[in-house]
Each structure stands twice: as C-alpha cells, then as structure tokens.
Design a protein around this ligand. Sequence first.
Ligand code: AHR
Length: 502
Amino acid sequence: TKAHLTLDPHFTIGAVDRRLFGSFVEHLGRCVYQGIYEPGHPSADEEGFRSDVVDLVRELGVSTIRYPGGNFVSGYRWEDGVGPVDQRPRRLDLAWHSTETNRIGLDEFANWLSHVDAELMYAINLGTRGVLEALDVLEYANIRQGTHWSDLRAANGHPEPHSIRMWCLGNEMDGPWQLGHSTADEYGSLAARAARAMRQVDPDLELVVCGSSSAQMPTFGEWERVVLEHTYDVVDYISCHAYYEPKDGDYDSFLASAVGMDRFIEAVVATADHVKAVRGSDKEMLISFDEWNVWYQSRYQNVDRITDVQSWPEAPRILEDSYSVLDAVVFGNLLISLLRHCDRVKSASLAQLVNVIAPIMTEPGGPAWRQTTFFPFAITSELATGEALELKLESPTQQTDEYGEVPLVDAVATHDAENGHTAVFLVNRSQTEAVELTIDASSLGEFSGASATTLADADMHAANTLQDPERVAPAGNDSVSVEGGVIRVVLPPVSWTAVKVK
Ligand code: AHR
C-alpha cells in the first residue's frame, strides 16, 4: 500500500504555541498524593516532591499545567489549601468520593511547577462558588503586597506573587455530574460576571470559558453559542474536552478518533465564528482543548464507586488506565489533529499527568515509569516548533462504523523558519497493511537527510507495566531514505512515526 504527501514551507496554518503541550493535575486519585508528592519516598526532596517524577515531567516537555481540577474544583475551597499545613481541614471530595487532606494547595503546587519549568493555568470554582471567591484567589495569587490576601500569601512564606496568566472559569458546567451544573444561560451569565470582575483587577488576564464536556453532549453547539453570547467580549478562549476509547472491539473506528477531534474543533470554530458575525466583532475566539486523551471510561463506570460516605479514602487508585501501543498511536494522532488546528487551538492540556489516565505512573516507595503515550507526546513536544504546514496528502482510505471513510495515513508537518527544522508526524491506521510513504519535500530546498522514529509493536496491545516498565519504546525506523528531495519511509500497521528532516 502506498501513500504520498507534499509539503511546502510557504503554505502555513499558523504558529505552534508552546501551550499546545500542556497537561493537567487534578486532586483526583493518586495524581497529587503518591504521584507528584510522596514524602518519605527515596527520591523525595525536602518539600516531599518525588524527583524521579520531576525528571520524567521535564523529559515529557510539558508547558502549561491546569490545576486543581477537573470535577474536583467545583466543590473546592482554595483557601483550605494555604497556610499552616497542620491546620488545614480534611474535606469530602464529592466528585471522586474521596477525602481531601489539603496537604498540597496553590503555594506548594506553584513551587513544584518551578521544578518542572511549567506555567500554572488555574481553574476557579464556579460550581458552588462565585465572583467574590474568584477575586479572592486572584488577589492571593497575583497581587504583590499590601492587601489582605496578598499579605497572607507572604505570611505563608511566599513573598513573590504566583503571577498566573491563564484562568479557567469553572469546569464542565454543562455536565449533569458537575456540582452546580447549570444551563448555558445561567453559566454564561455567571462566567461573564466573573470575567468582568477579574479584568477589573487585571485586564490582561487570559480567560477560558467552559465549552462542552464532549461533542456527544446533548447540548453541544447550542451550549457554545449561548455561553459565547454572554462572554464573547470578556474571554479569550472557549474550552473543548474529549476522551476516546474503543467500543466493542471496533479498533478501526478507534484508530480514526482524530477524525472525531477534527470535527469537534471545526464545529466549535464555526459556532464561535457565528457568534462573532452576529455581534459584528473583530475578535477571534481561540480554543483551549484543556482535557484530551484516551480514557477507558467504560472500565471506570463498571467499577463499583466507593459509596460509604463515612469512609471515603485518601488518594484511592482510580482511573489508572494502562496504555497500549494501539492507544499511543491514537494518542499521537490526536496530537496531529491539535497541531493541524493550531491557528485556533492555542492551548491544550493532556489529561492527566501522573497515575490518573496518565503518561507517567508511580508506585508508592517504588519506581516511576513511562506509559506508551509518553513517547508521542515527548517527541512531538520536542520537534513541533515554528509553524504547522498545510499538506497535500494522497492516502488510501478505509471504512469505519463511527466516522465513515477515513484516510489510512494521517499527517501534519511543522517548519521552523528560524532554524530551518522540519518535522513530519504520521500515523498508519491500518491493522494489517504497512504503508510505503513518499514525502515530496523538494520545496524545502537543499537538505542532507532524514531520520525517523516509530512506535509500533507486533502486539498492538503491549504496554509498559510495573513488572515490565520498558516493554514498549519507540525505535529508529531504518526504512528511511532520501533522493532528490523525496523522503521514503515505511509505516508499519498501527504505528506512529516522527520524521526529522536534516
Ligand atoms: O480528567 C478526568 C475528569 O474528566 C475531569 O475531572 C473532568 O473535568 C472530566 O470529566
């Protein structure tokens, strides 16, 4: 089977924002406790943070980290998590039926972020709280000194403000599972009031309003329209959330999940542009795809939820999906979809970072390791710089139940005019056929060679586990050759590949 693509550095889609390589840390399961934080672990630093996890997060190449939720945030009182640790209250976490100790809060998390060199994206609670509490946490985080909350931060040992630029106005407020779930009209009105108030403190904040929890929500589309009619002038981004998993063993549809992501993004762009047109606005609404991943939600739904409210556990093992090669190929393809839309998707968060549907896993007192999904993220984050390019792709197709006829090969390329670096990211969605791909890169001018890294396995269900943490890793793809500006590479069945042009 053969496919062909042509790239030309003149045909650009848009600049690749570093914030596309963001992630998400929620107070959920073992993401914070036993994930990033485990005092007493052999690798823990004096603050109790695992340095083996810090090293892996740095290797992953994460830019911005959304915190502290997720569903958790809709019941959260941010001030529980600051001040003397021994005085912090233990609380019921209604979202995940857990007990929250509040050992880690805003100040500790901001400290941890400085170890991993990432930016904080902070979500406020608009589920059970409102404008005043949003102003309080903004004052605590960003005002230098001389006010109640900023002086309290300094007294808590943090004289420098955290200077948070990006703020999420609540989480998944369209979801019936969300504490404080409301109609688009109610939420849009509250989000607009919160945004206006926050901008009275600092007009330059970057604000994200909640879009839909998935494109399958019954209110999808209408939710975006109504919420944006309330908030268009006072927010910068609308969020998208999406999780993908195979249904009834239909791997062909699962392998085409990025087609679903493409359609989702394009529908939100169309809706935002409709609101723009109706308002006669010059402003372009951007997208923050601030939760995306493969997530075996059906597995979670089939597990007994911990229900006895008298004994909700601390940091339970929940949502600890183990990812296969197949999952990582779909995951790499989702990154391709995000890059392809980088003119409008300027921020994205892989949900989540450690233990909970995560690229990094840990054992208490034991090792930390990379899941299969770690690799496409780390490699794309490293190589995708400059601008994304429009490609001319000729690929055979296959029929899927969920998305109709889809190309077997999907691709995006990036080109960095500053240093001349070009990278092409590819997937082969076929379960049976290798694809011989030719890339006409002659428009790049002279280049001396190309190298490729491929993630594939004879067993597409292979995964990295505690027992075998290095079972799966990407490997150099020896099939690459270059002749007269044309690169040839063979893409094995169910594979993800990055080609670097030298
Ligand atoms: O990432 C897990 C959960 O998925 C988040 O808490 C929520 O926002 C979404 O439904």
